[in-house]
Design a binder for this molecule. Structure first.
Ligand code: AGP
Length: 609
C-alpha cells in the first residue's frame, strides 16, 4: 500500500530516494519521508501531503547530505496522515529509523510492554513500535536485534531499517508485503516495487516471506527467519523504464487506456498458434482438467469484475459451475473447495493481501490454484500452482484499465483452452472466438478513435450527483466495472444494477434528469435492454446508451445519448464495451478537476486486510 526505497552506495542518497519515491507515489500518497545517515547521525525529514512537499522542503534532496538512506511514501492505516505519523519512524535515541509497509497486528501489546519499560512514544503508528523494539534489543549487532524483533511481531510487513551505529548497512525484511533488492555496482537498493530502482539497476532479488537481507555498498546477504544464510537468485528485469513514465500524457490513466490494444496484442498473440490456444506451462494435466468439477474465481475490485464476466463466459464454454467470490469474503465463507476444484486467482499487482489470503486458503483446502497476474515475480504469482501473466506492462494509475482488459483476454483464452480439452465447444465456434480474439486489438483501436464523442457526453453529464449503470448478463458485469471506475476517480455516487432488478426497488431512485448508463451490447438480450431503457425514461431518466453498431439505429430512437462499439463475438463484448466506460470516467473526472491518477483514500496495491 505504501512505497519503500532504500539506498546504500557512493552517491548522495536523498535525491535517489526522492526519485524512487516519485515512482512509487501511486502506492500511497498522504505523506512521505526520508532518513539519511549524515556521517554522525540520522537526519530525518518528513512531511504530510504529496511527495512534492517533502521534495521542496529538501530542495530536491540537496538539503540532506549522506550516501545511505531509506524513504517512504505513505497510505495511512494506523494514525492519521500527519508529519509525526509519517515514516521513517525512529527509536527514542533517534539512532534507528524504520520504514514499513503493512500492519503490525500485535503492536498494541508490544507498545504497552515497551511503555512499561519506560519507552516514550511520539506517534500513533504501529511502525514506531518496530523501531523502539529494535532499539530495545540492540546490543551492537543490528541484524541480531532485528532477528529478535521478528519473532515478536505479527502481521504483514516489509521493513527497511537504518541504524546510525552501523551506517555501512541497511537491513530489509519481508512478510506478506512485497520487497525487492536491487543489485548495482558499488551500490545496492531496496524497494517495494521494481519501478523505484529501475533507473539504476535491472538486476533484482525477490525476497521470500520471512526472509531478511543485509545490504552493504559491496553486496547483499540474505537470511531466513532464523538468520541462517540463504542463497538467492538474481533476476533480470527486461521492461523499459519509459513504460512506467507518462510519456507526454497528462495522466497515466489516459496513457494506459490508449495502451490497451498493444497490451492485448502482447497478451493474446503469442498464445494463439495456428488457430489454437497454447498456454505454456499450464499446470493442469488433461486428466486434471477432465476431473474438474467446479471453478472458483477469487479476486478484489476490478479483478473481481473480470471474474464476473468470466463466470458467464466460462459457464457457457465449459458447462461447469463457476463461482465468483470476493477475496475478502472467500476465506470466511467456508468455501467448498477440493482437489477437483480449479481456483482462478486474478490480481494485477499480485500482492493484494485479501487475494493472497484466499489463495492460501484455497490451497489449504486442496484446490488447484492458477493465477492471472500482471506483476512478474509477485507473491501471488509465486505461490500459485501455475501463473498466466497478462503482460500489460507496468500499470501506474490507481484506476486499472489495461490490466482489466488483459485479465479478461487471458481468462477468455483459458476458457477456450479448457473447453477444447473438455470437448465442450464446437470446433467452428472455437475458431470464431479465436479469430475474434485476434481482431480485438484492432477493434479496440476503432473504439478509441471515437473518444471525442465520449468526451462530449462527459461534458454533458459531469455535474450529475448520481449515476446508475444498468445491464443484463455480460452487460451487468460490465456495468459493475463502469460504475467502479466512475466513482473511484470522479467521486460521483454510482451504482450498477442488473436491469431486471430495477423493478424490485431501485427504480424508486429514478427521477427527472437522473443519468442512467444503459448497457445493451449483448444481442441476445437487446430487446429486454430496450424495455428497461423505456422503463427508466418514462420515469424521467436521461439515458446514455452503449450498444453495438448493429443496434445503433434502434437504440438511437430511444436513448438521449448513444455510444457504439464494433460487433464481435458475445463473449468479447465487455472487452470492447469497457473502453467507452473508462474514457467516460476519465473525462468526467478531468472536468471535475479530480486528481485522476491518485484518487483520494485509495492506493494501487492493497496489502492490508
Ligand atoms: C480498480 O480500478 C481498483 N483500483 C481496484 O479495485 C483493484 O482492481 C483491486 O484493488 C484489486 O487489485 P489487484 O488486481 O492488484 O489485486
Amino acid at each position: 500500500m505504501c512505497g519503500i526505497v532504500g539506498y546504500i552506495g557512493g552517491e548522495q542518497a536523498a535525491p535517489i530516494l526522492l526519485d524512487g519515491l516519485a515512482r512509487l507515489e501511486y502506492r500511497g500518497y498522504d505523506s512521505a519521508g526520508v532518513a539519511v545517515y549524515t556521517g554522525e547521525e540520522l537526519e530525518v525529514a518528513k512531511a504530510k501531503g504529496r511527495l512534492q512537499v517533502l521534495s521542496d522542503m529538501l530542495q530536491g534532496g540537496r538539503a540532506i547530505q549522506g550516501c545511505t538512506g531509506i524513504g517512504h511514501t505513505r497510505w495511512a492505516t494506523h494514525g492519521a496522515p500527519s508529519d509525526v505519523n509519517s515514516h521513517p519512524q525512529v527509536s527514542r535515541s533517534g539512532r534507528i529509523a524504520v520504514v514499513h509497509n503493512g500492519i503490525i497486528e500485535n503492536y498494541s501489546a508490544l507498545k504497552q510492554f515497551l511503555e512499561r519499560q519506560g519507552v516514550p512514544f511520539t506517534s500513533q503508528t504501529d511502525t514506531e513500535v518496530v523501531a523502539q523494539l529494535i532499539e530495545y534489543f540492540y546490543e551492537g549487532d543490528l541484524l541480531q536485534a532485528v532477528g529478535r524483533v521478528l519473532h515478536r511481531i505479527e502481521g504483514a510487513y516489509a521493513l527497511g531499517i537504518l541504524c546510525a551505529d552501523t551506517p555501512d548497512q541497511l537491513v530489509a525484511v519481508r512478510r506478506d508485503s512485497p520487497l525487492i533488492l536491487g543489485v548495482g555496482e558499488g551500490e545496492n537498493f531496496l524497494a517495494s516495487d521494481v519501478t523505484a530502482i529501475l533507473k539504476h539497476t535491472r538486476e533484482v532479488i525477490y525476497l521470500e516471506d520471512g526472509e531478511v537481507a543485509v545490504l552493504t555498498r559491496e553486496g547483499v546477504r540474505c537470511y531466513n527467519h532464523f538468520l541462517q544464510p540463504v542463497e538467492k537468485q538474481t533476476s533480470h528485469v527486461d521492461w523499459e523504464i519509459d513504460a512506467a513514465e507518462k510519456g507526454g500524457y497528462e495522466h497515466f490513466m489516459f496513457k494506459e487506456i490508449l495502451e490497451q490494444p498493444e497490451a492485448l496484442r502482447r497478451a493474446i498473440f503469442p498464445r494463439v498458434q495456428d488457430g489454437q490456444v497454447c498456454l505454456e506451462d499450464f499446470p493442469l494435466t488433461d486428466e486434471d482438467i477432465q476431473g474438474m468439477r467446479k471453478i472458483y474465481i477469487v479476486a478484489c475490485g476490478s479483478s473481481y469484475h473480470v471474474g464476473m464476466v468470466g463466470k458467464y463466459n466460462l459457464e457457457g464454454l465449459l458447462r461447469l459451475p463457476v463461482e465468483v467470490a470476493l477475496a475478502s469474503e472467500f476465506r470466511y465463507q467456508q468455501p467448498i473447495v477440493d482437489d477437483r476444484t480449479l481456483v482462478l486467482v486474478i490480481s494485477q499487482s499480485g500482492e493484494t493481501l485479501d487475494t493472497m489470503a484466499a489463495l492460501r486458503e484455497a490451497k489449504r483446502l486442496g484446490g488447484k490454484v492458477v493465477s492471472i497476474v500482471n506483476v512478474m515475480g509477485s507473491s501471488i504469482a509465486r505461490e500459485s500452482d501455475g501463473v498466466l501473466y497478462t503482460w500489460a506492462g507496468p500499470e501506474i494509475a490507481v484506476a486499472t484499465t489495461k490490466a482489466y482488459s488483459t485479465q479478461l483476454a487471458v481468462l477468455n483464452l483459458l476458457g477456450l483452452y479448457l473447453a477444447q480439452r473438455l470437448g465442450t465447444v464446437a470446433q467452428e465456434e472455437y475458431q470464431t472466438i479465436v479469430q475474434e480474439l485476434l481482431l480485438l486489438p484492432a477493434k479496440m483501436e476503432q473504439v478509441l478513435e471515437n473518444r471525442a464523442d465520449i468526451q462530449y457526453y462527459a461534458s454533458q453529464y459531469f455535474n450529475h450527483a448520481s449515476v446508475f449503470y444498468i445491464g443484463r448478463n455480460l452487460d451487468y458485469a460490465l456495468g459493475l466495472e463502469g460504475s467502479l471506475k466512475l466513482k473511484e476517480i470522479s467521486y460521483i455516487h454510482s451504482e450498477a444494477y442488473a436491469s431486471g432488478e430495477l423493478k424490485h426497488g431501485t427504480i424508486s431512485l429514478i427521477e427527472q434528469g437522473t443519468l442512467v448508463v444503459a448497457l445493451a451490447t449483448y444481442s441476445r438480450l437487446f430487446e429486454k435492454a430496450m424495455s428497461n431503457v423505456v422503463e427508466v425514461k418514462s420515469r424521467g431518466a436521461d439515458v446514455l446508451a452503449l450498444t453495438t453498431e448493429g443496434h445503433r439505429e434502434e437504440m438511437g430512437k430511444v436513448a438521449n445519448g448513444l455510444v457504439t462499439i464494433p460487433d464481435t463475438h458475445p463473449m468479447l463484448l465487455p472487452s470492447l464495451g469497457v473502453v467507452p466506460l473508462q474514457l467516460f470516467s476519465y473525462y468526467v473526472a478531468l472536468m471535475r478537476g479530480c486528481d485522476i491518477d491518485k484518487p483520494r483514500n485509495l492506493a494501487k496495491s492493497v496489502t492490508v486486510e
